[in-house]
Design a protein around this ligand. Structure first.
Ligand code: HEC
Ligand code: HEC
Length: 310
């Protein structure tokens, strides 16, 4: 028997063997699952066709002698036959050019179907239905809160926890406006999270002047004022706050529109800003949630704001 054919038979048998080990023995052949059987059949056909084609070409390479007319060029005795490109190639080549032009002008870009597009269309339809069903919910605080709780459970609980306590520092504890760690982090590093809906940043310690002493804020002052803010604006630190922060955040810390955010309370508008722009801070990054509808964002903002008032 020819060596090549022998090799092909050995390869075929071992590939079929591997196929059987991989899928056949794992229940692929038995049982009622015809999809599995079809897949196994496909694998067997692939193995047979592959070895047949490879054997055919290997034998052709062994036995074929080239023929035809030699071209004039010769490179140190190595010549080149004049072979017309096969007609089929030319047909496929021009066919592809025509297809590419059609595809570019009229196929994909203009008349496109995509799963993402279908998903977006479906979502838009559902959002419309949803908005019709819950029209007027914005003037119904109780229902809004209820919706907010479901939006929370579906979108936020994974990080903030079912109890909204931040699950050991994975995300902010939403019952308090700011942790001590967060305030300190902002004073040391500044903050640039679009909390006002504009890119107005909060300066870091090198831009924080205490007008009581007319000097940059000190380490000790950062400590006391951070405790003051995180502790709910009670205790020591009121003077530092008045001298350093009140000009922007207001005497009560409730913020000023377009100047500085509310750092005294978890106000719904502040939560909405976090949902619109995300937030980077001491604990890490919170992604923006612009995939929620406006009503859903307002609802979950109302719900989160209500947590800290309980
Ligand atoms: C020049 C005005 C200005 C001054 C002074 C200022 N802030 Fe701010 N602060 C801002 C702005 C603007 C932001 C919002 C930054 C952002 O979008 O991330 C901010 C954000 C913050 C935040 C982050 C709020 C959050 O939700 O993460 C904290 C905390 C804060 N300020 C505390 C202070 C304290 C404490 C002081 C005084 C020691 C102070 N700020 C002084 C303008 C100011
Ligand atoms: C991938 C995790 C993750 C998800 C999901 C997530 N958050 Fe957050 N969130 C964070 C992290 C981390 C922070 C803290 C950022 C920082 O260090 O200031 C945060 C901070 C916040 C804050 C600011 C609290 C404060 O006082 O600074 C609010 C409000 C908030 N998240 C609300 C939500 C809401 C509402 C949802 C659901 C729609 C949500 N988050 C989903 C990770 C997440």
């Amino acid at each position: 028997m020819n060596k090549t054919v022998l090799a092909a038979i050995i390869v075929t048998i071992s590939m079929l063997g591997f196929t059987y080990i991989a899928v056949g023995s794992a229940g692929g052949m038995g049982g009622e699952d015809w999809v599995n059987k079809l897949a196994v059949l496909g694998a067997v056909v692939l193995v047979l066709v592959t070895t047949f084609v490879v054997t055919k070409y290997v034998r052709q390479m062994q036995n074929d002698t080239a023929g035809g007319k030699l071209a004039d060029e010769s490179w140190d005795g190595i010549g080149e036959y004049k072979n017309e490109p096969p007609f089929g190639w030319a047909v496929v080549y021009f066919g592809m050019v025509i297809w590419a032009i059609w595809y570019f002008l009229a196929g994909y870009p203009l008349n496109s179907y995509s799963q993402i597009g279908e998903y977006n269309e479906d979502t838009a339809v559902l959002d419309k239905k949803f908005e019709a069903e819950f029209a007027g919910i914005l003037s119904n605080p109780e229902k809004l809160n209820e919706m907010g709780e479901s939006v929370y459970n579906a979108n936020c609980a994974a990080c903030h926890g079912l109890q909204a306590d931040g699950m050991d520092g994975k995300a902010a504890d939403l019952h308090v406006r700011l942790s001590l760690q967060s305030v300190k982090h902002v004073l040391m590093n500044g903050s640039n999270s679009n909390l006002l809906g504009t890119s107005m940043p909060m300066p870091d310690r090198n831009g924080l002047l205490n007008t009581n002493s007319n000097a940059l804020i000190t380490d000790a002052e950062i400590d006391t004022v951070s405790k003051y803010v995180a502790g709910g604006f009670k205790g020591e630190g009121a003077d530092v706050f008045a001298g350093t922060c009140a000009a922007c955040h207001g005497a009560d810390g409730k913020g000023m529109e377009m100047v500085a955010p509310n750092i005294a309370e978890m106000s719904p508008s502040m939560v909405e800003m976090v949902l619109n722009h995300g937030k980077k801070g001491a604990m890490g990054a919170m992604p923006a949630f612009t995939n929620l509808t406006e009503v859903q964002r307002k609802a979950v903002a109302a719900y989160v704001a209500s947590l800290s008032q309980k």
